[in-house]
Design a binder for this molecule. Structure first.
Ligand code: PSV
Ligand code: MN
Length: 392
């Protein structure tokens, strides 16, 4: 055992520390292709000039990210941002291969108005719930095109986030909204042939009165309605203030319906800031609940789609992704310090102070040596930020 792990070994035991190192080294984290580019505010995209602006450059950056960190072996793709035809997607497959990474989830974009075809500015009235059947058909067709892209790329996961909703109470009947949504989703799901469909929910968009899939209850209902391959995707930024996200997680895990995450952090709402930059205790609690679920025989943490979904507006996008991955690794390593047997014993004997102390001790542990050691064992730099700056 390297000396720098001594105090952790002393406090948490050698087995726990060793296991944490292995698990941090193995943890699959998926990065978003859009996250390598510069995000924007509602007012503008303030480019610095050195961020990648084409798909190829984003993929090349993702390749560098993977060789530096060992994470991001799969990349989430977003269409049409990452391609507009089968020929584009075949070229993309080549770029991915060249960069040493593979396609992760495929996100079907139903919110950016297209220059040609029916999915123009009318998307402001919705996509899969649009009142005009022609637009609903075109939206379904777009998702089927994305399933073709999945075939080309070897992806097994379609992610749907719906921009649909209303701006005022008279705009659309909520009964029609639900009927249309369930009809169109059934069609899309039938074409997936059992491949995964992950459905995001989101409470609001600026100016909205309703969103079509507003919370995890709606998303979970749809997942049960549609089939075993359909699961809920939890984007950390999509809740009301104060919502206990880890409680949602535990309920989804118990039902085998947690598909994965879109990790990010926020101060106000859906700010898409760096994961763990503001609320590190929240992702710690989430991982505690995921690990407890795994110990109880539910889905192993590594089988979930652990994806990042952020918008990098101020910091260098590449560096903000490094920061986010590191914060996820740290939260996971801290959660792995929890002694779940002792925690359960304390809970069962109603010793709340001891139970909380077990969590607090784990959260307060400086697990950075575990994360560094995991990187070293993976043959990666212990300090990816420094290494990436040196390589520039
Ligand atoms: C919507 O807010 C969202 O979380 C969805 O995942 C989109 O695909 C993504 O952000 C990028 O805009
Ligand atoms: Mn998201």
């Amino acid at each position: 055992m390297p000396e720098r792990l001594d105090s952790l070994v002393y406090e948490f035991g050698e087995n726990r520390v060793n296991e944490a190192m292995d698990r941090v080294a193995r943890l699959p984290i998926e990065v978003p292709s859009w996250g390598f580019g510069r995000g924007g505010t509602r007012f503008a995209v303030y480019r610095a000039g050195d961020e990648p602006t084409s798909v190829d450059k984003r993929i090349a950056a993702a390749g560098r990210f993977h060789s530096l960190t060992g994470k991001g072996a799969t990349i989430a793709l977003h269409f049409p941002w990452d391609g507009n035809s089968k020929a584009d997607v075949r070229a993309l497959r080549k770029s991915l291969k060249g960069a040493g990474i593979t396609a992760g989830s495929v996100n079907a974009n139903l919110f950016t108005p297209r220059e040609k075809g029916p999915l123009d500015a009318t998307l402001r009235f919705g996509s899969l719930t649009h009142p005009d059947e022609k637009i609903r058909r075109a939206s379904v067709k777009y998702c089927l095109d994305c399933i073709d892209y999945m075939d080309i790329l070897g992806s097994d996961t379609l992610v749907l986030w719906l921009p649909d909703g209303t701006n005022s109470p008279g705009q659309m009947s909520m009964y029609d909204q639900a009927d249309r949504l369930e009809g169109t989703l059934r069609e899309i799901n039938a074409s997936l042939d059992g491949r995964k469909l992950l459905i995001e929910y989101k409470l609001f968009e600026p100016g909205f009165y309703s969103t079509a899939i507003q919370d995890y209850g709606r998303s979970l209902y749809l997942a049960w309605l549609l089939g075993d391959n359909v699961k809920v995707l939890v984007d950390l930024g999509h809740h009301a203030h104060g919502v206990n996200v880890e409680q949602i997680i535990a309920q989804l895990v118990r039902q085998g319906k947690l598909g994965g995450f879109h990790f990010n952090d926020s101060w106000y709402a859906d700010d898409d800031l760096a994961t763990g930059s503001l609320h590190p205790h929240q992702i710690f609690r989430i991982f505690v609940n995921l690990i407890e679920g795994e110990l109880r025989g539910y889905t192993p943490v590594e089988d979930l789609a652990l994806m990042i979904d952020q918008s990098h507006n101020v910091k260098d996008p590449f560096e903000e992704l490094l920061e986010s991955v590191e914060n996820i690794e740290i939260a996971y390593a801290r959660a792995l310090m929890v002694d779940f047997d002792r925690l359960k014993e304390a809970q069962d004997r109603l010793d709340v102070s001891s139970a909380d102390r077990i969590l607090t001790d784990a959260f307060n542990a400086d697990v950075r040596p575990i994360v560094r050691e995991a990187r070293r064992r993976n043959g990666r730099s212990e300090n990816p930020l420094e290494a990436s700056r040196e390589a520039r």
